[in-house]
Design a protein around this ligand. Sequence first.
Ligand code: ADP
Length: 295
Amino acid sequence: MRRRKTAIFFLVFGICLCILAVALNVGWILLNLREVVLLVIGIVFFALIITGLILNTIFLVREIRRSEQHDAFLNSVTHELKTPIASIKLYLETLKRRDVEPERRSEFYDIMLADTDRLLNTVEQVLSAGRAGEKKRQMNVEKLELGAVLGSAVEIVRSRYHLDETVIRLTEPPNDLSILGDEGDLRTVFVNLLDNAVKYSKTDTKISIRAKKRAMNKRVDILIRDNGIGIPSPELKRIFKRFYRVPNETAKETKGTGLGLAIVRSIIEKHGGRIKADSKGEGRGSTFVVQLPLV
Ligand code: ADP
């Protein structure tokens, strides 16, 4: 809130300075109509001052917005780390204090394992975001069958959320779809996209993933489509920025760090590909298209 007030203050301050500069310039013109040289110098200085002011204001507003996003990120990461730890602690204390029946005990172990998975997942995301920032990171590039990479990503997400086979439908791509890339990184891409598709869908989730050859077999488009909450069109580009989360109720209720898509985009670009998001609007599902070069 305080930051917002500071932003408004600097915006008003910038606008006042612009008005002052315009007044100065008009006065200058009136006083020096005949002195053309001075007039020209005045106009040039005026243009310089105005440009400087505008750049300064844009910079300030951007910095404030970024720092707001950092705060939100820290909050969500802390929350993501604290909740599973608190849950594991509770179950361990119960197991220590009481004599729990074997059936319940095994149920407790399952919950604790799911919590450790969640912890590992968060730590892995933060680490990958750091790694994605390194320009010269070594990639373990090899020839990969796209079908196998997609298949393993689907399996990981299915078991993470204990999903029915019918929730995620993978249209098996033909065998000749080979790509050059780092298997671990590419799996991270599709796991992240499928994970989001599950997270941002409310009821009766249906997700499809399929590959289509493009540009005379030089490229492949992989489409991941869901019938979830959708994305408003002004947000379609912003969601790929680090720490950015769409400011709506579902995002607040859903756990996340705003890092997933930034990691995804960085990996795809390192593989010479592109990614874009499409959605007909809120409540109407989303489609993510990943384009990669074929071997
Ligand atoms: P996180 O999921 O951790 O918040 P991401 O970078 O993966 O971070 O996603 C950024 C934002 O994009 C999400 O907070 C969400 O608002 C939006 N988003 C991503 N995928 C989807 C999807 N399949 N459907 C609707 N919204 C999505």
